[in-house]
Every structure is written in C-alpha cells, then in structure tokens.
Design a protein around this ligand. Structure first.
Ligand code: PLP
Length: 446
C-alpha cells in the first residue's frame, strides 16, 4: 500500500497525542494497517510483535472474529441510545459482570469513555460525596511523583510525571505529590525496609500537614505504569490503606493498566496486593482495546453515605455504557474466561520476568522492573542509575528503531522501554520477544 500522500497529510494535520512542537509537520509515523494475535503489520508489509500491547490494552490479541461479530451484531440491534434516562441490557449485563469480579463491596459501576474520564468521574464523585456529607473543605487529593492518571483536566492535575506538567495548566491547589516510591532511588546505604517506612511516613505526614479534614483521597496505580513500571516495595499498598483508613481518607486504586489480567487476575488490588479500595478505576483491557470504554467502580459504602439525598451527580457522558463498547467488553471477558487467559498469565509471567531481568547483563541496562506481563528496561549510556546524560534521552527511541528492524515494536519512554504484550503471548513468543529486545539494546549503542 502506498501511503506517501496520506503520510504527508498525517504529518501536516493530524495532531497526535503528546505531539512534539519542535518537529511538527516533520514526523514520519509508522502506519499500522492490520494485526492478528500478538502481531501488527505496517504499511511496508512488515510483521512485528506488539511489545506494548497497543497501550497496555490488547489483552486477548488482535483480529478476533468473535469480537468483530459481537460488536457488529450489537450495532445492528442497537448501536446507541442515550444512557441518561434510559438503559440498555448489554451495558447492564456488563456492569453486573464487572461488579461480580471487582473485590468486596465494589458493586456500583459508573461507565466512562476511557481511563481519564474514569479517574475524573471518581474524583468528581468524591467531591460530590464530601459536599453532601458536609465536608466541603475535604478536597485535596494525594498522588505520587511519576503517577499517570490521564489527560482530562482533573486527571492530569493528579498526574505526577514532571515532563507532562511543564507546559500545561493544572489545578495545583487540588493535588499534592508524594516523592518517588521507586526503591532504585533510595539513599545510599538505605535498606528497602527503611525506604518503605519513609514512603509510608510521607503519606501520613502529608495528611497531617494539610489536616485530615482537608484531604479527600489518595490515588495510586498499584504499579506506576507509564511512569516506568515502578513496583513499590512489598507491603506498601496495605500500609498506605491503613494510613488512609486511620485518617478517613478514601483510597482510589487506578487499575486502568493492572486490571483484566495484566497481573494474572481480573483486578490486582485485592488478589495481588491484598487491599480493598473504595473505588477502582479501569479501562484499556476492559474491551481488549476493541472499543473505547472505562469505569469507576464504587463501593456500596460510598453510595450508602449519600443515597436518599436530594442531589444529582451531574457528571456523565453521551457514550456512558455505549452498547457496542459493552458488547466488546462482555465478549472479551467471556474469551478471557473460556480460554483461561488469567491462568495463562500466571503461568508464563515467571518466564517473562526472568527474561526481562536477564537483560541486566547488557552494559547499558541500569535497571529492569516488572510484574505479571508488565516490564520496563531502563538504560543509561554511562551506566549511571540516577542521572541522565544528554544521549540518554534518545536511547529509548533508538532501541525502538533497532527492535523494529528486527520485528519487534517497543514503547520508548525517554531512556526506558516498557513492555506489556497481549496476554495470549506464548512462552516461545516471550523468548523470541526478549531475544530481539536484547539484540536491539546492544545494537543501539554501537
Ligand atoms: N490511568 C492510568 C494508570 C493510565 O495508564 C492511563 C493511560 O495510560 C489512564 C489512566 C488514562 O487512560 P485513557 O488514556 O484511556 O484516558
């Protein structure tokens, strides 16, 4: 397929997410035309393993006829109807299945259009609840450096990736950011246990400094995904939840990446980290990327706090509970269950993690981190873990280019590459993926 003309138009007029203004109009993005299983095919006809799994979302893999059929059938039956005063049975069925799988009393599903709007809705719901409960000053949200929670104004305001905050406005009085929870950056000689104590103290001190009557919620990804797959020390989540409970601060677990099997369970909060949050936000793998959808799953307790009040939660979207997206979500869930994909992830994850950590043998690799089918490889040209050389800013993109030549797409983030392949990846394909990644990393420094 000759995309020359289309490519020129794309470069000139299609404003992509995270569009860099320095090279506006000069980008040369890969056109991806088809995909099947764990592979994508670009407009040159090259077939590549999809290392990032789209954007952490293609759980059941590409090209599933069953998904296309279910979505087409739903479009034929009922493509859309307003969710405000009416409902549709497929969305209600999907909501019920989500509530069944969400931990504990998380039984109330607020459908959104994706992850950002799920986080936005969770935060607005908490503001709404606190207003109704007579706590209008209890509004501050505690988040963390390196967190990513989305691109709507509220979700971006609680996101803590420094570079993303440079040129855009945000609601600064609403959010407070705790220091990086990555044990790699602990002080010299500090044990991981002491580092963990320090991180827990950071949370409690922040609550005490503002005053618990001003702090509404703590929001946390179980594993900070696009911040570089940061896995906090063991026990971190449980202790954070204890602190939140002690000070009447709500806990939002942002599972936009970690839910729907990425860590081998429907949701990771309870099954992997042993916590029962007040709200879980999810999206991405919810439909395996076949349709845009998200949800804030809210506890019985929070709803009971304000049920019966003469107030309206004036928050919602034209596409909340969209029937075709719900059909995609329900069918993806059926496939995950029928094919035992959660069990498969638990089985192959140790191989994935072993191969990931093996990359540390390569000179420029300064750290590898991961869990389940999530991984990150961090590099530095001079082997320094904590500071970046000028050339280090390019290293992720160079590794991606070298890997693409060899049949693998990776997701570069500055000096890191993150990996989250479709969950159906086989053990052989995991070996193949890491063989190429290793070659790509080595080639990028020659
Ligand atoms: N929360 C987390 C943890 C994410 O990783 C993302 C996206 O990467 C979002 C929220 C935002 O989701 P979306 O891009 O669907 O709006």
């Amino acid at each position: 397929m000759d995309n020359t003309e289309l490519r020129a138009w794309d470069n000139g007029h299609f404003v992509h997410p995270w569009e860099g203004m320095a090279a506006v109009g000069q980008n040369d993005r890969t056109f991806v035309e088809t995909a099947s299983g764990i592979h994508i095919v670009n407009d040159k006809g090259e077939r590549l393993i999809d290392g990032p799994g789209g954007m952490w979302c293609t759980q059941i893999g590409y090209g599933r006829t069953e998904m296309a059929d279910a979505m087409a059938e739903q479009a034929r039956q009922l493509a859309y109807f307003s969710p405000f005063n009416n409902t549709n049975s497929i969305a209600t069925r999907f909501a019920r299945e989500l509530a069944k799988r969400a931990p504990g009393d998380l039984n109330h599903v607020f459908f959104t259009t994706g992850g950002s709007t799920a986080v936005d809705s969770a935060l607005r719901f908490i503001q709404f609840r606190n207003n109704l409960m007579g706590h209008p000053d209890k509004k501050i949200v505690i988040s963390r450096q390196k967190a990513y929670h989305g691109s709507t104004y509220l979700a971006a305001s609680v996101s803590g990736k420094e570079r993303d905050r440079l040129w855009l406005d945000k609601a600064d009085d609403l959010a407070h950011f705790l220091p990086n929870v990555n044990p790699l950056y602990r002080a010299e000689g500090q044990s991981v246990a002491d580092f963990l104590d320090e991180k827990i103290a950071d949370l409690e001190n922040a609550i005490l400094t503002f005053g618990a009557d001003r702090v509404a919620a703590f929001i946390a990804e179980p594993i900070l995904a696009s911040g570089g797959v940061i896995v906090p020390p063991e026990g971190y989540h449980k202790r954070c939840l204890e602190i939140c409970r002690r000070h009447d601060v709500l806990y939002i677990s942002d599972e936009v990446v970690t839910a729907f099997g990425r860590l081998g369970h429907w949701f990771a909060s309870k099954d992997v980290f042993g916590i029962q949050p007040d709200i879980i936000t999810c999206a991405k793998g919810m439909t395996s990327g076949y349709a845009p959808m998200g949800a804030a799953i809210i506890s019985d307790r929070l709803i009971a706090d304000i049920a019966g009040n003469d107030a309206t939660f004036s928050n919602g979207y034209t596409y909340s509970g969209h029937p075709v997206c719900a059909a995609a979500g329900l069918t993806s869930m059926e496939i995950i269950e029928r094919e035992g994909i959660l069990e498969h992830v638990r089985q192959v994850a140790p191989v994935f993690q072993e191969r990931l950590h093996d990359l540390r043998r390569i000179g420029i690799v300064t750290d590898t981190r991961g869990m389940g089918l999530m991984g990150c490889v961090q590099c530095s040209l001079d082997g320094n873990k904590t500071s970046l050389l000028e050339g280090d800013y390019e290293i992720g993109a160079r590794i991606d280019a070298e890997c693409q030549k060899r049949g693998l797409l990776v997701r570069p983030i500055i000096n890191m590459c993150v990996m989250s392949p479709p969950l159906i990846i086989s053990e052989d394909q995991i070996h193949q993926m890491f063989d190429v990644l290793g070659d790509g990393i080595r080639a990028s420094v020659i």
